[in-house]
Design a binder for this molecule. Structure first.
Ligand code: ADP
Ligand code: MG
Length: 333
């Protein structure tokens, strides 16, 4: 049955009450717990949270690429109205690479060291569109030029190790966009790059998104990076969403104590296992018991209710959603 969300033509991706479980022995632990969000056409939606909050497993579920020990235990992932969790592997492969594509933190792990750049960038065109060889070459050259790489013709005959980190990430972006997907998932795409290269890659992604009306689900542990490219931001903590708002509003007037902590202590690269200066404690491992509000143990505002009843994500101002008992009752940090 279609609901009002799906009837909205502007919605490209609608994740509804998604839960993802991790099997360890006979037990299943929740890595993602009832998460719902939407990505609109042409929108860049940021997903932010410390390491271990469930950002990557959420996007792997969207791509249908969860490792064998993880599985979708509930909910739906609707892409252009079609439930991705119900697709066969063959149908899934038709969507991946052509309508949804992905770029990762470290392009070297995705690029084949033995294949020329031109061959790799043209790969998805060969799979998804039956085009003559010459046309593929021309499209690859154009794609490499579009991501700002100099001398694309010569570059097609290079191997990945001959390129810098920033150039390799540009090649990945060319690979991910050559079939003109509707949605790109970018998981920490600039985390391995130095700050000036990072800024250029972010500008490039934004430019491509605007030019081709391509949506991006942009994942990062770094709110400073998120704020440079995203239209809206979703803050995740311990497998749940704690706040969603337009980027300007979130940066200017964050509501959730966790978001405020993230803003006060923009974390450095890979903060896994480390405490944030402004928020003591750590993200619980999936095997650790969780309080109904998973942030309660680290929260300066926590009241007994936070340990008795899970808060729900509620709209407190137009387009601004927060999941916190205290804030919803008018409390302030
Ligand atoms: N392949 C895996 N096997 C077991 N646990 C995993 C696996 N991948 C992720 N997890 C666990 O799932 C939780 C969410 O991880 P992840 O989505 O990678 O977080 P993030 O991307 O926000 O850093 C973490 O507790 C992590 O340890
Ligand atoms: Mg991750």
């Amino acid at each position: 049955m279609a609901n009002t969300q799906n009837e909205n033509q502007d919605v490209l991706l609608s994740v509804e009450n998604l839960s993802i479980g991790i099997r360890e022995g006979k037990r299943v632990y929740p890595a993602v717990d009832g998460v719902s969000f939407q990505v609109h056409r042409g929108e860049v939606l940021g997903v932010v949270g410390e390491s271990g909050c469930g950002k990557t497993v959420t996007n792997l579920a969207v791509m249908g690429l969860l490792p064998p020990s993880l599985s979708v235990t509930g909910g739906r992932i609707l892409f252009a109205g079609q439930d991705l969790t119900a697709l066969s592997e063959k149908e899934r492969n038709r969507v991946n690479g052509s309508r949804i594509s992905m770029i990762y933190q470290e392009p070297l792990t995705c690029l084949n060291p033995l294949l020329k750049i031109g061959t790799q960038v043209g790969e998805s065109l060969r799979i998804h569109e039956s085009l003559p060889k010459e046309e593929i070459r021309a499209r690859v050259e154009k794609a490499l030029a579009e991501v700002g790489l100099p001398d694309p013709k010569a570059l097609m005959d290079c191997y990945p190790h001959q390129l810098s980190g920033g150039q390799r990430q540009r090649v990945m972006i060319a690979m991910a966009t050559i079939c003109r997907p509707d949605l790109m998932i970018a998981d920490e795409p600039t985390t391995a790059l130095d700050v000036t290269v990072q800024a250029k890659i972010l500008r490039l992604l934004k430019h491509i998104s605007v030019k081709h009306h391509m949506s991006i689900l942009f994942i990062s542990h770094d709110l400073a990076v998120i704020s440079q490219i995203c239209d809206r931001v979703m803050v995740m903590y311990a497998g749940k969403i704690c706040e969603v708002a337009g980027t300007d509003e979130l940066m200017r007037a964050p509501l959730h104590p966790y978001t405020k902590g993230l803003l006060r202590s923009i974390p450095t690269r890979d903060c896994r296992g480390q405490d944030l200066p402004a928020i003591g404690g750590h993200v619980p491992a999936v095997t650790e018991p969780r309080t109904p509000c998973p942030f309660a143990d680290r929260c300066p505002l926590a009241v007994p209710l936070c340990r008795e009843q899970a808060p729900v994500l509620a709209e407190t101002a137009p387009g601004h959603f927060v999941s916190c008992h205290v804030i919803q009752k008018g409390g302030r940090l």
